[in-house]
Structure formats: C-alpha cells, structure tokens
Design a protein around this ligand. Structure first.
Ligand code: ATP
Ligand code: MG
Ligand code: MG
Length: 346
C-alpha cells in the first residue's frame, strides 16, 4: 500500500510524515485538532472527533496502514477498523494508556517498576502513602504527559485533601536513581528487533530537556537487562513499529518507569545521529519493509529540546554550524510547550 494513516496531529506525526514522504508514501493525518502541525506536511487531513465513527471509517478506507503518534487515542472506536490495518495494534494502546495496567504488564514479564499502589478513590490515598512511604509521586492513571497530572509529596501531610480523578491514580515511591535512560527499539513484521543506543535523559519540571550520548557507565551496564525487558514487552504485545521504555538506573539495577507505544522524544537524535532514524524505521516496520541499520554515526551527540520561548533564539541556535535545528511549526510558544529541538552529533 502507499497511504499511511496517522492518528494524532503533533510533531511526532509531522516527523513521521517527513520520513514517510522520503520513502515515497503519502500520509493522511486524523486529528481532533484543526491546527495540526503534522497535517501541514501531510497530503491529507481529517479533523474529526475520535468518536466520530463515520469520519474514522472514511479515513480508514483511504489508508493502506494506520499508525498512531499519540498514545491516548481512545481504543473503543478503533475496534471498528478492519483487522490488521492498525500497527502497532490496540493491545499496546490499552496497556500504555493506564499506568497501573502497564506496571502489572511489565511485572508479568519480569520487570521492576517503582513501588506503587493504585489509588482509585480519595479514601485510598492515605493508606497508599502509608504503605509505599514518602517522598513519592501521585500520578493520574490516564492522560498524563510531560509531567502533567502529577503531585509530589515530601511527607504524608502533603497528600491530605488531594482529590483523585474519576479515572483513578497511582501512587509511586520516589526512586533514588543515578540517571535516567531510555530503550528505543523497532520490531518488524517478522518479529526482528533492533535497538538504538540508549541515551541518558535529563528532565526539567517533568519535561524531557536533553538526551545525550555517550551515557555514563551506570547506564551502559544496565542497558542489556533493560533491552531484554523491553523486548519481552514488545513480544508479549505482538508489537510492530518503534517502541520506547523509560528506565531509572539505580544502585539495584534498572527500574522501569513507563513505556510509549510510539516514536519518542528521546529518539529524535536518530534523525541525524543514526544510520536509520526512529521515524524511518517505524515507517519501514508498519509497511512491512526490511528494517534499517540502527547504529549510531558517532558515539557523541546531544539533543536539546526547545521548550516555550527557547525556540525564538534561532540565530543563536544556528551559530553552532554543527547544530541541526528542528522547529515544529507551532504558532504559540507557551511555557512548557515543546516547540522544537536541536541536535549536535560528533
Ligand atoms: P512523558 O512526557 O515522558 O510521557 P509523564 O508525564 O508520563 O512524562 P513520567 O515519565 O511518569 O511522566 O515522569 C516524569 C519524570 O518525573 C520522570 O522522567 C522522572 O524524572 C520523574 N519521576 C517520575 N516518576 C518517578 C519516580 N517514581 N521516582 C523518581 N522520579 C520519578
Ligand atoms: Mg508518559
Ligand atoms: Mg516519561
């Protein structure tokens, strides 16, 4: 087939559409937002609600394969899609959309998440904080990203009076980590799995600020175990495409934080820093093409996110002739909004 459908209209969809175009595919973006930055580079665009069954059916009829760039696409309406059209499938979405379900799933394949307790009602919070201890983080089970929907408690008193949303929360003990890193893999139609180098990730205010290589020894020593776990997750999900798992490197080994069933911000450096980018390999995987080489072109790279008004200093960013500037074409540089990124390789 030659038309790829992308559910979700953000920068990840935009970069997927660019990679797809290079391989000769057309893209059709489906998004509930009328100002999609992915639609600006894609051939076709449908703006309709996730639950608009007629619009979704029409979109599906125009696509040879459908993927997603946003893990919170409601799963219900996707059940009506012809079997085999969606890659990765709905299973990965169901697991990754719910932090409690995701942790259970990872434990079932031998992984270690942070100590946690599901908190589905206001009345359960004090008991969970008591069991897990402080400091800790309360997270909404669903819909959180970029650190949104999270509350940090230094002591039990700070948890008093917090209202738990209808869809529930999870309370996690604060992991005393040395560094954070991610495993970025691609799994093909035939089950072949390839990994990119694992960057060390730094967050600011719950938002990814930088991904860097080389990673320090504490990370490189834990990558093999983290990769093995991520691969078991991908296999158990029958996954096809790029998948990312975030880890904490701790004195006791890698602790699983969360997964993303899609291309990931910590993999943006692969556009210039690897033989084949995460975006190209996602397209190759979902289209049934052979996977490209994931080797890094250099052992040194820095990917820096441009958050909010950081995107405005274009001349400064380009004053380094080795810097690759990516701007996502978003109209308003609101605080905390990912506007672009900068990659330096070598
Ligand atoms: P993303 O944008 O990556 O999807 P998110 O909103 O889903 O982010 P998390 O990845 O759960 O949020 O948390 C954001 C950051 O907060 C983590 O990368 C880490 O720095 C810190 N953090 C989250 N949970 C814990 C924990 N249990 N212990 C220590 N730090 C944590
Ligand atoms: Mg997340
Ligand atoms: Mg995260």
């Amino acid at each position: 087939g030659s038309t790829i459908g992308i559910l979700g209209g953000g920068q990840l969809g935009r970069m997927l559409a660019v990679a797809a175009a290079q391989l000769g595919y057309r893209c059709h973006v489906y998004s509930p937002e009328s100002d999609s930055v992915a639609a600006e580079v894609a051939a076709r665009f449908t703006c309709a609600a996730w639950h608009d069954a007629a619009a979704l059916a029409q979109f599906a009829a125009a696509c040879d394969v459908i993927t997603y760039e946003f893990e919170n696409v409601p799963v219900g309406p996707l059940g009506a899609l012809p079997h085999g059209l969606l890659a990765p499938g709905t299973r990965a979405l169901e697991v990754a959309q719910d932090r409690v379900r995701e942790k259970h799933f990872v434990e079932d394949v031998g992984g270690t998440p942070a100590p946690y307790a599901a908190v589905d009602h206001d009345s359960e919070l004090a008991g969970a904080v008591d069991r897990i201890g402080t400091p800790g983080i309360l997270k909404t089970r669903r819909d959180g990203y970029d650190g949104k929907g999270q509350w940090r408690f230094e002591n039990a008193a700070e948890a008093q009076g917090i209202r738990i949303p209808q869809s529930g929360s999870v309370y996690e003990g604060m992991v005393r980590f040395e560094r954070e890193f991610s495993v970025i893999l691609v799994r093909g139609h035939d089950g072949e799995v390839r990994f990119w180098d694992s960057p060390v990730n730094t967050h600011r205010d719950g938002i990814l600020a930088r991904s860097e290589l080389p990673a320090p020894a504490i990370v490189t020593e834990q990558v093999a175990a983290a990769r093995a776990l991520a691969q078991r997750v991908a296999e158990a999900l029958g996954y096809v495409g790029v998948m990312t798992a975030e880890f904490f490197a701790t004195a006791d080994g890698p602790v699983f934080n969360e997964m993303a069933p899609r291309v990931h911000n910590s993999g943006h450096w692969t556009i210039e820093g690897a033989v084949t980018s995460q975006f190209e390999n996602h397209v190759r995987a979902i289209c049934g093409l052979p996977l490209g080489d994931t080797a890094s072109l250099s052992g040194r790279m820095v990917m820096q996110n441009l958050i909010g008004e950081e995107c405005l200093a274009i001349e400064q960013h380009l004053s380094d002739p080795a810097a690759h500037l990516h701007l996502y074409g978003k109209a308003e540089p609101r605080p905390g909004r990912k506007m672009g990124h900068l990659t330096r390789v070598g």
